[in-house]
Ligand binder design. Structure first.
Ligand SMILES: [Fe+2]
Ligand SMILES: [Fe+2]
Length: 288
């Protein structure tokens, strides 16, 4: 299955850009990123700039509410977890094998990195599934509404978000109710009340939330929320529970970013172990 709307170059450029913004040598487990915006002089930069120009212009509060309703689980049939991994893998059928790894390889590398460090089963499983929300692309969604850093809508956009200047074109910027620090939300009222820009994080959270421990759900729901987990922005929207849970989001992040250079995983050799792991947490199929 192919998705003609999917442009691999955009996602590759986004992933490469993340690694440049947050190089492994600068990673500190407390979530700090030293000297974050360096190494920007790169051909992929224009692709990423254009991606964020569109993303920041279109991710409004109204758009997020509309997407949440449209993609409430159950609209896209049922699939098992491994089946969803194989479905997602069809995204890269047309890609250049020399320049990028498949989705399933990224998922397995992330999970294997977590497993090697001796983390619990649910953490390994989270690594395995964390990007399955990208099946949105296979439903025909454009990339600006699937991937990229995420951020709250319905309140002021932080200047800690990548390319903050592009929010000038977001219609919400003209609405005074949506441009105060907390906007429509209660100060320190907790992230669960906050609408985050729409993409693969929120979609997968909604699909799997009945099946995994809360720490896993935070990792899935906020793994692209770099302004918070790496830049420490939006503390005024969080409550103490979010702050405690974000330690897990931060623990997850290096496995997502820094396992891509590891040797390609042997998918068929690993499959029995991961099928067993999936079975311990998930029924045979779940609603998408
Ligand atoms: Fe992701
Ligand atoms: Fe990922």
């Amino acid at each position: 299955m192919h998705d003609i709307n999917y442009n691999h170059g955009v996602e590759d450029a986004w992933e490469a850009d993340l690694e440049q913004r947050y190089p492994e040598t600068d990673y500190e487990p407390d979530g700090k990123a030293k000297d974050a915006f360096r190494n920007y002089d790169d051909p992929a930069r224009d692709t990423v700039r254009e991606f964020y120009r569109i993303n920041h212009e279109r991710q409004t509060l109204a758009l997020v509410k509309e997407k949440k309703a449209k993609f409430a689980p159950g609209q896209h049939g049922t699939m098992g977890i491994w089946e969803a991994m194989e479905f997602l893998d069809t995204l890269v059928d047309d890609s250049d094998p020399d320049t990028e790894m498949s989705q399933i390889q990224h998922l397995l590398q992330t999970a294997e990195g977590i497993r090697k460090d001796g983390h619990p089963d649910w953490f390994i499983l989270t690594g395995l599934i964390h990007d399955l929300g990208k099946v949105l692309c296979l439903y025909g969604e454009a990339q600006w509404a699937v991937v990229g850093d995420t951020f709250p809508v319905g309140c002021a956009f932080s200047d800690k978000i990548v390319y903050p200047e592009f929010f000038a074109e977001n219609p919400d910027t003209a609405n005074p109710k949506l441009t105060t620090e907390c906007g429509i939300y209660a100060r320190n009222g907790g992230l669960d009340q906050v609408h985050i820009s729409w993409g693969h994080d929120e979609y997968l959270y909604q699909v799997v939330k009945a099946h995994l421990p809360e720490e896993a759900l935070y990792m899935i729901r906020y793994h692209s929320f770099y302004a918070a987990h790496r830049e420490k922005a939006y503390d005024y929207l969080m409550n103490d529970h979010d702050r405690a849970m974000f330690r897990w989001v931060r623990a997850f992040n290096p496995y997502d970013l820094y396992t891509k250079s590891d040797a390609p995983p042997d998918i068929s050799a690993l499959r029995p172990y991961y099928e067993g792991l999936i079975q311990r947490f998930f029924p045979e199929t779940i609603a998408w």
